[in-house]
Design a protein around this ligand. Structure first.
Ligand SMILES: Nc1nc2c([nH]c(=O)n2[C@@H]2O[C@H](COP(=O)(O)OP(=O)(O)OP(=O)(O)O)[C@@H](O)[C@H]2O)c(=O)[nH]1
Length: 133
């Protein structure tokens, strides 16, 4: 029997002046050094939208408003399965402080493939490029 846990995780696509926020995980964390869209695990009883707004506050100390759903992707990392749900998010207020990540970059659509993305994000990156090009 496959008893692998499915972990539901949110990911925020934040766009500013036609550039997209990409965040690098700390070397010491799971998927250390990989790039991702910020977000995190959905807590019990939480909506994905509320999760994203909470995570962005915790990770960058910004206020954000969750908008439209983009897509989701299931990825098996071996020890667990991640269901990654991506939403467009508007940055409403506050300067970005790196409270959790080791780096961020704002990249144009034709540059985002250059990063070493977490595997679960690759279909989301491709969908974003296809939808917006
Ligand atoms: N936030 C986020 N997590 C991702 C992405 N892609 C991806 O594989 N993950 C994986 O999803 C899992 C959960 O992410 P997280 O560690 O940011 O979640 P969290 O802040 O709620 O966790 P924690 O409070 O337990 O540290 C990690 O294993 C992470 O590597 C992504 O684009 N965004």
């Amino acid at each position: 029997m496959n008893s692998k846990k499915i972990v539901e995780v949110t990911a925020a696509i934040i766009r500013k002046d036609n550039r997209f926020l990409c965040a690098q995980r700390k070397d010491s964390s799971e998927q250390g050094g990989k790039w991702e869209f910020p977000g995190g695990k959905i807590e019990d009883g939480e909506t994905p939208e509320a999760c994203l707004e909470r995570e962005l506050q915790e990770e960058f100390n910004i206020q954000a408003k969750c908008g439209n759903f983009l897509c989701e992707n299931m990825h098996d990392y071996g020890n667990k399965i991640i269901k990654l749900k991506a939403y467009f998010v508007d940055h409403m207020q506050g300067n970005f402080k790196l409270l959790v990540h080791q780096d961020i970059k704002w990249l144009a659509l034709d540059q985002i493939h250059e990063l070493d993305w977490a595997e679960a994000d690759l279909p989301i990156v491709n969908q974003l490029i296809n939808d917006l090009k």
